[in-house]
Ligand binder design. Structure first.
Ligand SMILES: Nc1ncnc2c1ncn2[C@@H]1O[C@H](COP(=O)(O)OP(=O)(O)OP(=O)(O)O)[C@@H](O)[C@H]1O
Length: 397
């Protein structure tokens, strides 16, 4: 009798790499100008930023020996002079090559409400953000290699609001559940997957989807996004060569616009807004706890991804199989000092996370009716993994 057939087999190549952390300090807003706010956060150079405490008095003798400012260092730091293209190039563009070679990638925007997360990720028609620039370059890269490779790209867009998942491309479908697949990957059951390689069509879908996002004015931002928005792009790739061994690679790119990380008090929230704040903070607290545990130098801490929907969805991105970039956002204004300090501390801690990047390769083996064990020879050429079949062992009972 034949054993259970193996239709595919997965192989993982491990590499360790740090989570990249960028900082973006937005321009002073009109409201902050009107409130006579002073600028306390400055970019010092490509990597360094300084935050000055507006409450510290240089004439205060008791505090004279304490530093009035704290400097922070990130992989890259931007201020009001940086445009969308520069931010995209320095943070995200580099992930595309990996994505079409089978590496997962994640980019997330973090920071208090009104500090520019949606501006960085979605942007405006005139100044499109990371979503569109990434998809444009991804499609260009696919076109350039399409003689040798065959690709299919799918996209889904969801929000996590009060710990519930909604499909932003099909909001009438109700709340969706997270499911773990047989390979341990987290999937959103029933999510709409759009298959297109037309970036313009995608921008239209995103703008439409973004209008479905739960937004409410708070004291800190008139169009505050109350939810975490997650754009998921799946890239499936297969060689066109007529080899017996058909290599199929699948990589996933997450682009995430998190809800504001501020404390509820800062936005004068009451009632529903306060409840939302608690849920937002639950996800962000869970994210913070994961970051703490993952950045523990002795690797002694338990990483609890199950505490929130956001961390369950990001499990692979943070601790597993992904190249991950976090873009922290702050306001330069004196009035936002406390929030800026919290954000910088959070981002600073995230720098010490190591993610394990793995090449996930699925082999379709034919005929599928016989259990086979295949010994593979692995080599890496110009950063791309290649596998050659060395021998096949057929198993019968
Ligand atoms: N770098 C920037 N340059 C110019 N304008 C910016 C920049 N960053 C943010 N803004 C403007 O600041 C305002 C608030 O930004 P945005 O809505 O992106 O904040 P947010 O962090 O996404 O807030 P929330 O968490 O409440 O959704 C918007 O009007 C946006 O256009």
């Amino acid at each position: 009798m034949l054993c259970f057939p193996i239709v595919y087999q997965q192989l993982f190549m491990n590499q360790q790499q740090l989570l990249d952390v960028a900082l973006r300090i937005r321009p002073l807003s009109e409201a902050e100008h009107e409130d006579a706010a002073t600028v306390v956060a400055h970019r010092l150079d490509e990597q360094m930023a300084v935050l000055m405490d507006p409450m510290e008095d240089p004439d205060d003798i008791l505090r004279a020996n304490r530093s009035r400012e704290k400097t922070y260092m990130f992989d890259v730091t931007f201020d009001y002079l940086a445009n969308q293209e520069e931010v995209y190039r320095a943070t995200t563009k580099g992930l595309i090559e990996g994505l079409i070679s089978g590496y997962n990638a994640t980019v997330f925007a973090y920071g208090p409400t009104g500090c520019g997360k949606t501006y960085t990720m979605l942007g405006t028609d005139k100044e499109p953000g990371i979503y569109v620039r990434t998809l444009n370059d991804l499609f260009k890269a696919i076109e350039e290699t399409s003689d040798d490779m065959q690709y299919s790209v799918t996209m889904s867009y969801l929000e996590i609001y009060n710990e519930m998942i909604r499909d932003l491309l099909n909001p009438s479908s109700g709340f969706l559940d997270l499911r773990e697949d047989c390979k341990g990957g987290i999937q959103v059951a029933g999510i709409t997957e759009v298959s297109t390689i037309n970036a313009r069509e995608i921008m239209e879908l995103l703008v439409r989807g973004n209008k479905q996002r739960t937004q409410e004015p708070t004291a800190a931002n008139q169009t505050s996004s109350r939810s975490h928005a997650v754009l998921q792009v799946g890239v499936r790739q297969q060689s066109r060569s007529r080899d017996v061994l058909q290599e199929v690679r699948f990589a996933r790119l997450f682009m995430i616009d998190l809800a504001g990380s501020e404390r509820a008090a800062q936005t004068q929230n009451r009632g529903q807004r306060l409840k939302e704040g608690a849920h937002i903070n639950r996800s962000l607290l869970a994210l913070g706890n994961c970051i703490n545990a993952l950045s523990d130098k002795n690797c002694n801490k338990y990483v609890n991804y199950r505490d929130s929907k956001l961390t369950r969805l990001l499990k692979d991105s943070l601790g597993g199989n992904s190249r991950t970039v976090m873009i922290a956002h702050i306001s330069p204004a004196s009035l936002a000092f406390e929030e800026s300090r919290n954000t910088l501390t959070y981002a600073d801690r995230a720098k010490s996370i190591r993610t394990r990047v793995r090449d996930r390769i699925t082999l379709d083996i034919h005929p599928p009716s016989i259990q086979q064990q295949i010994e593979l020879h692995h080599e890496r050429v110009n950063g791309v993994s290649r596998f050659r079949k060395k021998s096949t062992l057929y198993l019968f009972e």
